[in-house]
Ligand binder design. Structure first.
Ligand code: NAD
Length: 370
């Protein structure tokens, strides 16, 4: 049975090739950047699971961001990460001494890659330590928590970003550019689906206490965020339906959710997400003058897209490297924030809250609370 990691990695032929050398034992990350060390954003990763490893490998390609530290509750991972990524002892933390990171002048930002329901607590801790923070999607369990995280980061005067790597991905950026340039005309309809068949029934993603929800929390974020960047509007209402074909495996969380987003201009986006079938990552935008289709649209790449004119011709890049360099550039060089701030995470969370409310109310129309 495929796991999420298998699914995303199979989509990633380029990264797969790099993986073979990156995993060679005994070889620390080469420093490839030409940017002087004092002009690099120094990053610590918190939660050394599957995605953290993908981020760490991607960051070997970074020019402006550099992986220098780790936060882990699993001591056995420390020597492995030190060896693979050249981490120094002084930049190694656990969940108990995390607050001491505030005294470390060699770490600028902590990237929270822990299970969803820990994001709120961990972001508040990083903000209290006075470090900038990137938090993985979904930003939190609900919009209330997301607002608290934004407020805590503002109060601590630190930047707060969400790991929305697609906002740095060239095919996705080109789709948004074309839409903004009016090349599709007035947008009339959007159709998005994201998902995969989840494996191990004991994993945290199937426990509401750690995941906050099921497919909707995890991959519904892609459909939601995609509908927002395809329309350039904020939805005002939601209706949602769940199909549950395996009530034992999915007793605690949602399995497959279809949902409709109503936008101020009258557009309705038809969206879906699943934890129970594979190879689902398509996005389709229909405008008065033209259309665009991305498939695959949400994995680590290569992303592929076509429009009514031609294929979207853009380079395949390492999403994690582009994301971290983009964030580093904004922080270090005072560039405008990329569209991945905590506010962007909050906007998706408002939709997700409304989807769950609609599910609780048997598909009733729920107006999104701002
Ligand atoms: P994972 O299970 O592989 O890793 C989770 C890590 O958190 C593990 O190292 C685990 O030890 C640690 N952890 C700390 N406290 C824990 C606790 N109380 N219970 C369980 N684990 C605990 O998961 P993952 O796939 O790396 O996902 C982590 C986060 O990254 C999730 O929020 C997920 O949504 C996000 N993610 C994002 C992308 C993306 O493309 N942006 C892709 C995959 C995962």
């Amino acid at each position: 049975m495929n796991s999420r990691r298998d699914f995303l990695q199979k989509l990633s032929l380029g990264i797969g090739a790099a993986t073979l050398t990156d995993l060679t034992p005994g070889i620390a990350a080469p420093v490839t950047s030409n940017v002087p060390a004092d002009k690099q954003l120094r990053v610590a990763l918190m939660g050394l699971g599957g995605y953290a490893d993908i981020v760490a490998r991607g960051m070997k390609e970074c020019k402006t961001a550099r992986l220098v530290g780790i936060v882990t509750g699993t001591p056995s991972k420390i020597p492995v990460w030190k060896q693979k990524y050249g981490i120094e002892d002084k930049n190694v933390y656990n969940y108990e001494n995390l607050h001491e990171i505030k005294n470390n002048p060699d770490i600028d930002l902590v990237y929270v890659i822990t299970p969803n329901s820990l994001h709120h607590k961990h972001v508040l801790q990083v903000a209290a330590a006075g470090k900038h923070v990137v938090c993985e999607k979904p930003v939190a369990d609900n919009a209330k928590q997301a607002r608290e995280m934004i407020a805590a980061c503002e109060k601590a005067n630190v930047k707060f970003y969400i790991g929305y790597r697609l906002h740095f991905e060239p095919h996705t950026k080109e789709l948004v550019r074309m839409r903004e340039a009016g090349e599709f005309g007035k947008i009339m309809h959007v159709n998005n689906y994201a998902g995969f068949k989840i494996g191990d029934p004991t994993q945290w993603r199937l426990k509401k206490s750690l995941a906050g929800g099921g497919a909707m929390m995890d991959v519904g974020v892609y459909s939601t965020n995609g509908a927002r960047y395809c329309t350039g509007e904020e939805p005002i209402w939601v209706t949602a339906q769940e199909s549950k074909t395996d009530p034992v495996k999915f007793k605690d969380v949602d399995e497959t959710v279809t949902f409709q987003l109503g936008f101020p201009s009258g557009i309705i986006a038809n969206c879906g997400c699943t934890y129970n079938f594979n190879h689902v990552e398509m996005l389709r935008l229909m405008g008065e003058k033209g259309w665009a289709e991305m498939n695959p649209a949400f994995g680590y790449g290569p992303i592929r897209g076509t429009t009514h004119k031609a294929a979207i011709d853009q380079p395949d890049v390492n999403h994690q490297a582009y994301q971290m360099d983009g964030i580093a550039d904004a922080i270090l060089n005072g560039k405008p924030d990329p569209n991945v701030t905590g506010e962007e995470g909050l906007k998706d969370m408002l939709v997700i809250d409304a989807v769950y409310e609609s599910l609780r109310k048997n598909g009733a129309k729920v107006f999104i609370k701002k």
